[in-house]
Design a protein around this ligand. Sequence first.
Ligand code: GLP
Length: 242
Amino acid sequence: MKIIKLPSEIEIGQAVGDMFCALAQQNPQAVFGLATGATPIPTYQRMIARCKAGEVSFAGVTTFNLDEYCNLPEAHPQSYRSFMRAQLFGQIDILPQNTHFLDGNASDELAECQRFDALVEQVGGIDLQLLGIGRNGHIGFNEPDDTFTDGSFKVELTPSTIAANSVYFTEDVPMPTHAMTMGVGSILRAKEIVLIATGSAKAEAIKAMIEGPVDPQSPASALQKHKNVTIYLDPAAASLLE
Ligand code: GLP
């Protein structure tokens, strides 16, 4: 794992945003794996700024998002589809039909996971996968468990994740308890991975991911097995590293 420490989330967003822009310039038909949460927002802002400046086009790019909540209407502002439209897709020239999500409301969950995984394979796999990390070390919504997961699946969220993400929900529409997510195996099949962590709440998960054993109780530690991973950290997220 290549570890890069930068002073703030702004510099990290610029560096990682530039990675996605450079890939789209080299390969206009590139396939991006994308993430939600607060962490990738500066990355998306960089991509938006450079697209608006005419420096890059995403019109030929295909995207797959890591995860989506279950039992949340697609149009709800906290669905990951809505998040991506607001934070990125609605502000760049990507074609909506080229942006793919797991359908958290699918009646046949197994068939939905198979459809999504087959589509990733059909386009030749993910060229560059963006990841954040949960406070408990989750990637996508792969929560700590006894074994590593492989393809996409439906997951029950842990109390830690529910507590962290509940701030985005209200009493009327409470935080969903389940989600659909790409599995750890799906993530590891990406040709290149970039993970961003900012803030002290991520410091323990980062230490376990980098310095701990490969252990499904720290799902992000699986990245130690991938050949092309770059980790971007701000000083707070890196603060517990030896
Ligand atoms: C979310 C997402 C993850 C994300 C993580 C951290 O719930 N499923 O993909 O990396 O939790 O989110 P944040 O960046 O807001 O800290």
